[in-house]
Ligand binder design. Sequence first.
Ligand code: EPZ
Length: 419
Amino acid sequence: MDKILVHGNRRLKGTVRISGSKNSALPILAAALLTREPCVISRVPDLSDIHYMLTILSELGCEVERASGVVTVKAENVTTEAPYEIVRKMRASVCILGPLLGREKEATVSLPGGCIIGDRPIDLHLRGFEALGAAVRVQSGNVKVLAPELRGSTISLRGKFGSTVLGTDNVMMAAVLAEGTTVIDGAAEEPEVVDLANFLIAMGAKIEGAGTRRIIIEGVKELHGAEHEVIPDRIEAGTFLVAAAICGDGVTLTRVEPGHLTAVLDSLSQAGFQVETDKNRITISPNGTRRPLKLDALPYPSFPTDMQAQMCALLATTDGISVVTDNVFPQRFMHVSELKRMGANIELQGGTAIIHGVEKLSGAPVMASDLRASAALVLAGLQAEGVTEVNRVYHIDRGYESIDDKLNSLGAEIERLKV
Ligand code: EPZ
C-alpha cells in the first residue's frame, strides 16, 4: 500500500497534459458489450478503476486488449453475471447491467454497497429497467434483471438529489436495442453521458437529446463495432486548476475541453484568479487578492460534486468565510476532518462546510478516503508548512493518472513510498 510525501511551500508553473476521462471511459467500455464486433476505444486513462472494468469484461467472456491508451474489446460470446470480488471494489461496475440487459435480456451484479461519500442506491436504474419491461430480483446481495423482451417506454430519472449519471447511462444502453421509442425525462446532462451517446450512435444507435434533460432513443435490431476517442477528464483538469490556484505562478492545461468546466472556471474567477481559455487549453494565474466563496455542488452544468473537496482545500487558506454545500452527496466531507488535522478551521453543518480561512496549513500524516478527498489532501499539502504524508494512496490511483509525476513536472516535490 503506497503512501506519498508532499513537501510544502512549493510553487507550480508550466504546462500539464490532461488524460482521457475516467467517468466517460467506464460506461463506454461497458457499452462494447452491446455488439459482437470489436470496439476500439482510445485515450483510455491508465487507472485502477479502468483495470477493474477490463477485468470484469474479460470475466464476462470478452476479448480485451490494451496498447497504451487504446483498448480493443470484442464481446463475441458473453456470460451475464459479473464476479462479486471485482464488482465490490467499484460501484461503477453497475453500468454493465444496461448493456447486458439490452443484448442478452438478463444481467446479474452484486448490489453496490454504500461508500465513503454516502449511500449509493440504484433505485432509479432499476425503475428504468422495469419501465422497459424487465423484472428485477434482489437476492443474497445480488441484483438480477431479466426481460423476455424490452419495449420502449417513457422513464423519469429525477431523484431526490437530481438525476443519476450512471442511471442515465444504464437506461440508455438497455433502450438502444429495445422495441420502439424510449424517452428519458430528467436525464443527467453530464458531458460523459453525451460522450457515451456519441459512442452508441457510432455503433448504429438512434439517440437524440443527449446533454439535455430529455433523451429520445429509437430502438434498433443490432449494433456494430465502432472506434471512439474518450473526452478529456474535466475533473482531473479541475483538480490541476485548483492546485495551480493554491500555489501556482501561471499553469496551462492542454488537451482539455474548457466548455466542460464553465462552472469551475467561473468559481475560480470569482475566487480572484485570472483564467484564460482557448480551443483546448486553459491557463490560470494569480491575480492579486483571493476571495472567499459560497459554493453549491449540483448536477451538471452547475459546480460538480467531484470538485467540492478540492475547492475546500483552496478555501481553507482563503481569508474570510466560505460556505460549501454538496447537494448531490451531502455526506461527502471525509476530507474535512483530515484538513482540520492540518490546521484548517472548518465546521460541518449537515451537507454544508463553513470554512474560516487560515493563514497557513501545516503538514501532517493524513488518511486518504474517497478519490476526490484524497486529491484534496495532496493539494492541501502543496501549500502547507512542512511535509504531508498521505496514506492509502490507492484511492488516488483509482482516478488520477500519475498525479504525483504530473504535479512534480510543474514544480511540486512529491515522493511516492512503497510500504
Ligand atoms: C457518477 O456517479 C460519477 N461516477 C461520480 O464520480 C459522480 O460523483 C456522480 O456521478 C455525480 O456526478 C462515474 O461516473 C463512474 P449518480 P453515479 O447516480 O452515477 C442518488 C468520482 O469521484 N441516486 O449521478 O453513481 C445518489 O445517491 C465519482 O469520479 C439515487 O438516489 O452518481 C446521489 O446522491 C464519485 N438513486 C445522486 O443521486 C439512484 O438510483 C447522484 O448520483 C442513483 C443515484
